[in-house]
Design a protein around this ligand. Structure first.
Ligand code: ATP
Ligand code: MN
Ligand code: MN
Length: 305
């Protein structure tokens, strides 16, 4: 492989020193993506994914035999964990098992070594577990919902976040839907952030009951989009931008510019295979300003009695 021009701009710890055992193990059989192929993918996207997965508790979907084998959704550290992966203690739950975090590319490759095929970070960082630095509204289309309706739902969610003084970004889930995310200056605590997100979901369902629901009940979801606000609670997670999905197709969750939303780009359009080409052809990651666009959530102050 030739050296890419972009490599010069890459942050320092681009180096990869973790040795993979069984590099030829196949994780996505249909696409022939191996453990080593996954490590190469994450090395390629490292500088884009890093701000979203470094320094926060991570839940991990592991699939030691690939996507067709058994999978584990793992919230805590395990025995024999790679030494580049960091164990962290929840400051509010001293007796709890340690959580998993990473600091650098080697930490990420340590996760690949452990057959981690999906990375689901918390919405708050290790610097402040109680105050989230992002909101994630998860749009889950029920059966029979057209893709354009999901796009409209994302735009509607964006409008409401912006009306509250926040900046909104969109990504594909790599599965069936879209995620609308808003970076926060960590100030409001989890309960206030959750209440705010519930407010958005409830008002969308109230204003357009034919299009949106805000409650999980499966039977009510047919033909509608669930505005799943429940990612926004302490301890809950959502798949990271640029994370792969342990599903057929080797899709990834892809940050998009708002004007890229179209019929041409479905929720699982971007994959391990076509993402490197996308990043090389883009002038900038559409989420470049994500961190800088953080605003504090202005919550209604409770009167003390
Ligand atoms: P889709 O577009 O298909 O809805 P998604 O990423 O929004 O994709 P899921 O993969 O269904 O949705 O996951 C929903 C959330 O539940 C995720 O954000 C994840 O953090 C959490 N989750 C996923 N798998 C498990 C599991 N086995 N146990 C507990 N929580 C999980
Ligand atoms: Mn979803
Ligand atoms: Mn959901």
């Amino acid at each position: 492989k030739s050296t890419k021009a972009t490599a010069a701009k890459a942050p320092n710890p681009q180096r990869r020193t973790v040795r993979l055992t069984h590099p030829d193990r196949v994780y996505w059989p249909e696409e022939g993506v191996t453990k080593e192929g996954l490590a190469d993918y994450y090395t390629e996207v490292w500088r884009y994914i890093a701000p979203h997965i470094v320094g926060r508790p991570l839940a991990l979907l592991r699939a030691p035999s690939g996507i067709d084998g058994q999978t584990f959704f793992q919230k805590h550290a395990w025995k024999g964990i790679n030494t580049n992966v960091v164990e962290v203690q929840d400051p509010a739950e001293k007796d709890d098992e340690p959580y998993v975090a990473i600091n650098d590319l080697d930490g990420l490759i340590g996760l690949v070594q452990a057959a981690v095929l999906e990375i689901h970070p918390w919405g708050s960082t290790l610097a402040d577990w109680e105050r989230p630095d992002r909101i994630i509204m998860d749009l889950d289309p029920g059966e029979g919902v057209e893709w354009q309706t999901v796009i409209d739902g994302a735009e509607e969610t964006r409008k409401r976040l912006e009306a509250a003084g926040l900046n909104a970004f969109v990504k594909t889930s790599g599965g069936k839907g879209l995620h609308v995310c808003a970076p926060l200056k960590p100030s409001a605590r989890w309960p206030a952030v959750k209440a705010f997100c519930k407010g958005i979901a409830d008002s969308m369902a109230k204003d357009s009951p034919d299009k949106y629901v805000a409650t999980i009940t499966k039977s009510k979801r047919r033909g509608k989009i669930l505005i799943d606000y429940l990612r926004n609670q302490r301890g809950m997670t959502a798949v990271a931008p640029y994370s792969t999905r342990a599903r057929p197709g080797a899709a990834v969750s892809m940050p998009l510019a708002w004007d890229e939303l179209s019929a041409d780009i479905g929720p699982a359009y971007f994959t391990v295979e076509n993402t490197p080409a996308r990043l090389q052809s883009l002038k900038a990651d559409p989420w470049t300003d994500f961190t800088g666009a953080a605003r504090p959530l202005k919550t209604v102050r409770q009167k003390k009695t």
